[in-house]
Ligand binder design. Sequence first.
Ligand code: NAD
Ligand code: TDX
Length: 331
Amino acid sequence: MRIVVTGGAGFIGSNFVTATVRDRPDVEVTVLDALTYAGSRKSLSAVEDRIRFVQGDIANAALADQLVANSDMVVNFAAESHNDNSLVDPWPFVQTNIVGTYTLLQSVRRHGVRYHHVSTDEVYGDLELDDPKKFTEQTPYNPSSPYSSTKAASDMLVRAWIRSFGVQATLSNCSNNYGPRQHIEKFIPRQITNILTGVRPKLYGGGTNVRDWIHVDDHNAAVWRIIESGQIGRTYLIGANGELDNLSVIRIILELMGRDPEDFDYVADRVGHDLRYAIDSSSLSGELGWYPRYTNFREGLQATIDWYHNNRGWWENEKDAVEARYQAQGA
Ligand code: NAD
Ligand code: TDX
């Protein structure tokens, strides 16, 4: 199988490419990535001699078309992915998440190539903290932020291209990922690298917001399961029953790193901050037999802390600039 992995130099994409090269010698991988601030060739260094890397934009129709024409499958991880950035400047989100997805869809349509769309549970909006409900494939879309609304729009394009043009596609909507090579602007790596550089961790608002954590390798194993056995036209929800409030997560990180669990700062809350995400992934488990392997969050988190500790060269140069941007926002 010849597969084009867009956004393959980002967090989830680079873990997907690394696992694919390791486990599936019959798969030929081409990465298409624009190398925005969030992408890095360093994230692919372990596999660079086993893949083809093309630097470029998914919204570049000629380039996308050329790569898609010579492939059997496109998995689209490319996106602008950070909510806080989308509140400062939404335009790159519209361009990459919507126009970029449109461009890929036109290419796979033209060449009859199979497509998998990687998306987020944030398209469903948020749940009340005390609501026993979780998101299912039937939950109505109700995105809150510029980021999640552009992801919702991209999902809608995929669904329309399936129905109107017979595009052979599947979609997945996953909860919050953690693991190695996540950009240090995101919650968990920001706090780990704060502690490693002597900065106090920063908690938005009261820290009661709940996220449903899943290890990135579990997400990617589910994506492969859907590629191989998913039903064309279907959406699958991916989650690992990992609900935790942010206050608990920050305290666990401090404790695992040998610090006082109260040694953090409360900072300004995110505008429009979604309260709670929770995924019901029973259809993925029931129909495709996928189950998460990382069921112990503290163990997965400890391995992630170790990764940031042992790979300072991957993130150190960017740390001051990321914190300066947050400081300007009061966060
Ligand atoms: P990331 O920001 O770490 O990586 C995104 C990658 O896409 C980067 O390598 C970047 O250079 C590349 N990219 C951005 N714009 C591009 C463009 N126009 N053309 C080509 N490449 C471009 O993001 P991530 O956390 O790895 O997320 C990957 C996907 O998974 C996204 O679609 C995101 O919405 C989705 N997702 C993420 C999470 C999460 O917790 N991180 C959860 C569910 C779904
Ligand atoms: O410093 C921080 N302090 C803090 O309390 C940061 C950066 C975040 N937070 C809070 C906000 C959220 O409630 O932590 C939670 C997680 O924040 P993010 O890591 O920014 O993730 P989130 O906004 O939940 O979105 C993530 O999961 C879904 C990914 O970034 C998205 O790409 C994905 O779609």
